[in-house]
Design a protein around this ligand. Structure first.
Ligand code: SF4
Ligand code: SF4
Ligand code: SF4
Ligand code: FES
Length: 948
């Protein structure tokens, strides 16, 4: 059900350039051609009664409630399906129309339960509204005959119900599932009176293809599809617009509230990243914010074997500040550092890196982007001059051919995937480069033109092979190269990539992809019109992650696919604020705006503003912090919002490093795996408790608005500020907007950004400055940020992680739609109904060789360690490759990943681990130890809570 808090124009907007002028109820109205009469009237303040129309889907014309009279036309056309034309004279009200509408409503109501007063959508029901609008005062037909009022509800979905007794068969849900979401899970089953909405082949919603995006619920005009939260809590009294805290799509939502209590999250129609669409996480999985596991009191202890002691914020911060100071006195200035998180706001990340640089007086600050998209920053900066994707999401609607490499958008970036699928259904071509048959390879009305099912670890080889075909078959955009690119670097690249050893034929034994298929894909990309490349962690999390990003940029440059709509190089960012956390200077070598710490002018700029001296040497990266901890030179760490023990590779090594620290401070909303090794716990706040901004994968800065006060009493930025003050540094912001003002004053790409400006424009894509006061949807239009686009040869170097007789399979990892990252949030929601454990997917041939059946427990052993998961036997994998997700700590997926990493950025090689699988009957030793340790730590927490 759409909320009354948003206006519904009835039919989608027309983007036609020509306009038409007509008269509606005596008013002269000019609208873009293709606009329906209903929408034109609505825009002019005239609401034509309607039931089957809503502005998120194309009109259907089934309810006959929106009839109008048009001079010179016979009958009563439906205003939702009739487009405006020049000179039309339309009447939306007349005695005859009123009679017809009343008759339609009478039929609907005669087969509808009259329990309005106790119905969950009472007061927000379009059927109820329309009965009032048409002036229905009685129903001539009784309930004695055949009707649907006793039909059984489907309660299978954890978040919404389907009550067929209230269905008016308007098909808005079916169209939303098709047009908005692209899943095609719903149909209208039966004919005439017997017709009803059905999920799949008469299945329940949970058993069907439904992915619980909520689009149908939003489209439904009655209580048929209703959020369970609304049924339990009732209707909201106000709403606040904010931004989803899950993935890098950065969907805008209206948090609909009763006082400080969220009643539901509704995707915001004006959100420029999502246009009113959502996925199961942002739409429904927000209950973690008030989960009983939230730790809301600060705690301290001397040793990790001690129970926790609840203390005040002042005491906890004093404890941490004293420890940090004494560590620095004893071991030197560089013996402490901080780790920021892409789940935090820009303002929090900025303040955290400022704490490290201005108060700790070193550059030992790093961010979780180290383990995901650091190669993106490196590769795109080297080739184009800016560490960010080149397009906005809407650009995909102008793409003619897309390459999706190392990304699984339907699971990782679902709302963008829906937009992508829409364009594919319109006829755009698709090349998928992935070891696994992801959903995009084949799903309803979508089929990849080419699936290059490569071996994990061979991205660079396949990119070189594609480049080889483009360079040797005359498919280079020579004029683009001549005007936009560094020609010398291009010539070097062309010579390199044209070598025979880079041909698809020579590389076929390496990649496992038939040369002919590579050739066809390369020709399609180079000649198919606007070509866009979308990529994810399947590109970056490799020993050659940065090389592959450069390889992608080379392909885009060679084919002239940068600098206009429909093209570009587009990293799909994993977490909500990966782009922002990188922008904010949380890398050890860069100050905000990607300016190197070795640059004196930049250091002086920040030094003057902060009244300190910035160190000219880069600080420690996360893996270097672990090593330094092991060698005794690094002794204090402040981790904000990140769970390095679960998310970083080679868990045993990370834990050993944590155990060596004299002071580990963790600021988080839950006692996560890292916090179990901490000495100070500072309670953090969820996105619902924050004011600030997130920057999504398209560089879009959106506001995060506080809808409830922080459960701990303090916002995260306030806690960091108190740490700074307690360590003797004057930091005195009174609101996050002041932090953004400081960022804007010191960072040229953010110069025009302020909270007022974001409120005014809805959101802003950086760069936003005097030249681009409203932001920059497409980058590098006339020239690249670095001037000329630079080609860099990308020699393929096989990873050191080789399969052997002992470890004959390659394991690769990924994520699933319903869970998010380390699962700390989504595991504490009803999303576990879809995914309650991590499993290892194995090809039937490999499974049979090892006597493994679907559902068996299997031990996965690598050079780094061993863990045990249940098996899913699936042809999605190719023989020789196994796959798992990493959302549950007890799975220990990172116990088996090695500490191999990208040569340029140290981004871990999560995607390639040589393993062997064997059938087992019990958990691994690591899992048994983990269970004991976690239970002890949870006990310590409960003891502290009980004492307080
Ligand atoms: S929730 Fe989404 S996927 Fe499921 S039926 Fe509704 S629109 Fe389709
Ligand atoms: S479930 Fe709702 S949207 Fe779907 S046909 Fe029935 S009334 Fe219409
Ligand atoms: S998780 Fe991503 S796609 Fe889903 S609602 Fe949130 S931002 Fe949108
Ligand atoms: S709203 Fe136009 S026919 Fe239903």
């Amino acid at each position: 059900m759409q909320s009354k808090l948003e206006h519904d124009f009835g039919t989608p907007e027309s983007h036609a350039k020509e306009s038409v002028t007509l008269t509606i109820d005596g008013m002269t109205i000019t609208v873009p051609a293709g606009t329906s009469i209903m929408r034109a009237a609505s825009g002019a303040g005239v609401q034509v009664p309607k039931l089957c129309a809503t502005d998120s889907v194309d009109p259907f014309g089934s309810c006959r409630l929106c009839l109008v009279e048009i001079d010179g036309r016979r009958g009563y056309p439906a205003s939702c399906t009739t487009p405006c034309e020049n000179g039309l004279n339309v009447r939306t009200q007349s005695p005859k129309l009123a009679d017809l509408r009343k008759g339609v409503m009478e039929l609907y109501i005669s087969d509808h339960p009259l329990d309005c007063l106790t119905c969950a959508t009472n007061g927000n029901c379009e059927l109820q509204d329309m009965a009032g609008t048409v002036g229905l005062r009685g129903v001539r037909y009784g309930y004695e005959g055949h009707n649907h009022t006793k039909s059984q509800k489907d309660e299978s979905n954890p978040y919404f119900t389907y009550d067929p007794s209230k269905c008016i068969v308007c098909s808005r849900c079916v169209r939303a599932c098709e047009e908005v979401q692209g899943t095609f899970a719903l149909t209208i089953e039966g004919r005439g009176f017997d017709s009803r909405v059905s999920a799949g082949m008469g299945e329940s919603f949970m058993d069907s293809e439904c992915v619980s995006c909520g689009a149908c619920v939003q489209a439904c005009p009655t209580a048929t599809l209703s959020e369970k939260s609304i049924i339990q809590m009732g209707q909201p009294d106000h709403s606040v617009t904010t931004t989803c805290a899950y993935c890098g799509v950065g969907c805008s939502f209206r948090a609909e509230m009763q006082g400080n209590r969220v009643v539901r999250m509704v995707p915001w129609k004006d959100g420029k990243a999502n246009h009113g669409h959502s996925c199961v996480k942002g739409r429904f999985a927000w209950g973690y914010a008030t989960h009983p596991d939230r730790v809301t009191k600060p705690m301290v202890r001397d040793k990790i074997s001690d129970p926790w002691k609840e203390v005040s914020f002042d005491e906890a911060i004093q404890f941490a500040a004293d420890k940090f100071k004494s560590i620095q006195t004893k071991y030197g200035r560089d013996s402490i550092g901080g780790i920021t998180s892409s789940r935090c706001t820009n303002e929090e990340v900025y303040v955290m890196q400022k704490l490290v640089r201005a108060v700790f007086e070193n550059n030992n600050v790093d961010t979780c982007a180290r383990v995901c998209h650091s190669p993106t920053g490196f590769g795109l900066k080297a080739t184009m001059g800016e560490s960010a994707g080149t397009q906005d999401f809407d650009s995909v609607l102008d793409s003619d051919v897309m390459i999706v490499i190392g990304a699984n958008p339907t699971d990782g970036h679902p709302v963008f995937a829906s937009q992508m699928k829409k364009r594919l259904r319109q006829g755009a071509k698709l090349i998928v480069i992935d070891p696994r048959s992801i959903d995009l390879v084949r799903s309803v009305h979508i089929a990849a033109d080419h699936h290059l099912k490569l071996r994990p670890g061979t991205n660079v080889a396949i990119l070189n092979a594609l480049g080889h075909v483009i360079a040797t078959e005359g498919l280079i955009k020579e004029d683009y190269i001549a005007t936009r690119c560094d020609v010398e670097s291009f010539n070097k690249w062309r010579n390199f990539v044209s070598r025979e050893n880079n041909s698809p034929e020579a590389l076929e034994p390496v990649t496992g992809v038939p040369a002919n298929e590579v050739r066809k894909a390369a020709r399609l990309f180079a000649t198919g019109g606007n070509g866009a490349i979308y990529y994810g962690l399947g590109v970056t999390e490799h020993a050659q992650g940065s090389t592959a990003v450069i390889g992608i940029a080379n392909l885009a440059l060679a084919t002239g696919n940068i600098g206009r709509r429909g093209v570009g190089v587009n990293p799909l960012r994993g977490q909500n604020n990966v782009q922002g956390s990188c922008d904010m200077g949380s890398f050890p070598h860069e100050l905000p705006g990607y300016r190197h710490v070795s640059d004196k002018a930049t250091r002086d700029l920040f030094g003057a503003a902060w009244n300190v001296t910035i160190q000219p040497e880069p600080g420690l990266r996360i893996p270097n912090m672990f090593e330094a901890s092991m060698d005794g030179s690094f002794r204090g760490l402040y981790v904000m919002g990140e769970d390095i023990v679960q998310s970083d590779p080679n868990t045993q090594h990370v834990i050993a490093a944590m155990e060596q620290l004299e002071c580990l401070v963790v600021q988080d909303i839950f006692l996560n795996e890292t916090a179990m090794y901490a000495h100070v716990f500072l309670p953090g706040s969820s996105f619902l408790e924050k004011d600030g901004t997130f920057t999504n994968a398209e560089r879009r800065i959106s506001r995060v608005r506080k809808v409830m006060p922080p459960l701990s009493g303090l916002g995260d930025w306030e806690v960091i500020q108190k740490v700074a003050q307690t360590m003797g540094y004057p930091m005195n912001y009174t609101h996050p907007s002041e932090i953004m003002d400081e960022i804007a004053s010191l960072t040229p790409t953010f110069k025009g950004v302020s909270y007022e400006r974001i409120d005014e424009l809805g959101s802003i894509q950086w760069p936003c400055n005097d030249e681009h006061p409203e932001g920059t949807p497409t980058m590098h239009i006339h020239e690249f940020t670095r001037g000329k686009g630079k080609f860099i040869p990308t020699e393929y170097v096989p990873t050191d992680e080789k399969i052997t007789k002992r470890f004959p399979l390659i394991m690769t990892t990924g994520r699933i739609l319903s869970q998010y990252n380390v699962g700390a949030q989504t595991r504490r929601t009803a999303n576990v109904a879809w995914h309650s454990e991590d499993r290892v997917e194995i090809h039937p041939v490999d499974a049979e060789d090892r006597g493994i059946a679907d559902g068996d427990w299997v031990g996965i052993t690598s050079r780094a360690g061993e863990t045990v998961l249940r098996a899913t036997v699936s042809e999605r994998m190719q023989p020789g490759v196994v796959y798992t997700t990493f959302h549950f700590p007890e799975s220990g997926a990172n116990v088996i990943t090695t500490d191999n990493s990208d040569w340029a950025t140290n981004c871990p090689e999560y995607k390639v681990t040589a393993v062997e699988l064997t059938k087992v009957t019990q958990p691994s030793e690591w899992q048994a130890n983990y269970k004991r340790f976690a239970e002890q730590q949870i006990n310590f927490l409960h003891q502290a809570e009980a004492k307080a």
